[in-house]
Design a protein around this ligand. Structure first.
Ligand SMILES: Nc1nc2c(ncn2[C@@H]2O[C@H](COP(=O)(O)OP(=O)(O)O)[C@@H](O)[C@H]2O)c(=O)[nH]1
Ligand SMILES: [Mg+2]
Length: 324
């Protein structure tokens, strides 16, 4: 169908990255653009019923009610002003509106102190330790020195896992045996980072203790302890979220933000989930930078969040036309 083809000469930037990201985000793309595309292809009259169906499709694709409602209210307004005349125009407008929602979240990861002290938080299984390993590899590739701190002292396996990433990235790690005080590990690590003159300290933390309250108390204690050594530390508190949990991610941001404050997000496991639409919900709900997205388990599978590439991957300018 011609109107879903890319305009000739449209040069979406970074085609290599785009294609690969598109492959990794295929499940989310199917959840989002297949339904939206089917609706727009089937129904050619831009009536209230179509707009309602589109809103439902967006909610089903994990954009969340607020985001879907806001996006469709904007579309309805433009339709009633006769600014949008056909399905092609509605689709283009939707892509533009969703791009505007995620665009403010695209921000370069700031490294502005030495050492930059980064506390990585999130529930068990979110991908904290893996993301730290990926970040360590990335920073090393940029020529920066890195120190890791094994602040998840709740599980021995967590310390070993971080140690494995440290070995792979060839960066040192500060740790104490299982059961040690996580705040003491963070304290030692900050002092080591200073005395060794490293550029970035990445502090891993537990994601589950005996109680949720216990976890939040521990994170607050780590934060206070770092703050005693350096009033500005930690410079960053990055919440890692599993993109596959859909709307629960919104609740997690609220909880962690309330307990310790969050300066930025990493959203993992966007490969192999159909729920990647939650990125739009998070962007709309919180004005937090999304520094990185995880699209796989290896060191290369961490990408700086690029709003344009993300939207192009999940709502391609050219929708597959063979499903009509
Ligand atoms: N497919 C995929 N798996 C991931 C990604 N990030 C982390 N994982 C996997 O998720 C699991 C939990 O990750 P882990 O870093 O241990 O989570 P933590 O408990 O928050 O430290 C591991 O099996 C990781 O390999 C990602 O972006 N994509
Ligand atoms: Mg971990």
């Amino acid at each position: 169908m011609a109107f879903f083809r890319k305009a000739a000469g449209d040069k979406s930037e970074k085609p290599g990255v785009l294609v690969r990201l598109g492959e990794r985000l295929a499940a989310t793309r199917r959840a989002l653009s297949d339904n939206v595309g089917d609706l727009l292809r089937r129904k050619r009259v831009l009536d209230a019923a179509l707009l309602e169906d589109l809103e439902t499709a967006l909610i089903t694709a994990d954009l969340g009610v607020d985001t879907a409602t806001a996006a469709m209210a904007e579309i309805a307004k433009r339709v009633s002003r006769q600014e949008l005349h056909d399905a092609e125009a509605v689709y283009a407008a939707l892509r533009a509106i969703l791009y505007e929602i995620v665009r403010p979240c695209e921000q370069p990861w700031p490294i502005t102190h030495k050492p930059e002290i980064v506390l990585m938080i999130g529930v068990n299984g979110a991908g904290k330790t893996t993301t730290i390993g990926k970040l360590a590899a990335r920073l090393r590739a940029e020529g920066r020195s890195v120190l890791l701190a094994a602040g998840d002292t709740f599980r021995a396996a967590a310390i070993e896992q971080l140690g494995e990433w440290a070995r792979r990235a060839e960066v040192p790690m500060i740790s104490q045996p299982r059961g040690a005080d996580a705040a003491a590990v963070a304290h030692d690590a900050l002092q080591a980072a200073r005395s060794r003159g490293v550029d970035v300290l990445l502090i891993d933390t537990a994601g589950r203790l005996h109680t949720q309250g216990g976890l939040m108390d521990e994170l607050a204690k780590i934060k206070r302890t770092l703050g005693r050594l350096d009033a500005q530390a930690p410079h960053q508190i990055i919440l890692t979220l599993d993109g596959g949990i859909g709307q629960n991610a919104v609740v997690q941001v609220e909880q962690f933000h309330k307990a310790v404050g969050v300066t930025g997000l990493c959203i993992t496991k966007l490969d192999g989930t159909a729920k990647g639409g939650v990125v739009f919900a998070l962007a709309k709900r919180f004005s937090l930078p999304i520094y990185f997205v995880g699209v796989g388990e290896t060191a290369d599978d961490l990408r700086p969040f690029d709003a344009r590439s993300f939207v192009d991957a999940v709502l391609p300018a050219e929708l597959a036309s063979d499903r009509a």
